[in-house]
Write a protein that binds this ligand. Structure first.
Ligand SMILES: [Zn+2]
Length: 54
């Protein structure tokens, strides 16, 4: 009998913008290594910060 807990180990990262951990999502299965931000909103927020320095 297995309790099915062996595959319950999804990778996670910490978003540098909101500093919250986020879990692997199916949508990222092909590009997880390139994912840095937890959401599109955080990605835009980050680029906005970079743009404002010019
Ligand atoms: Zn975030």
């Amino acid at each position: 009998m297995k309790k099915g807990s062996s595959k319950n180990n999804r990778p996670s990262k910490i978003c540098p913008v909101c500093e919250r951990p986020f879990e692997w999502r199916k949508a990222w299965r092909n590009c997880w290594d390139e994912v840095v931000y937890c959401s599109e909103r955080c990605r835009r927020r980050k680029s906005k910060v970079l743009d404002s320095s010019q």
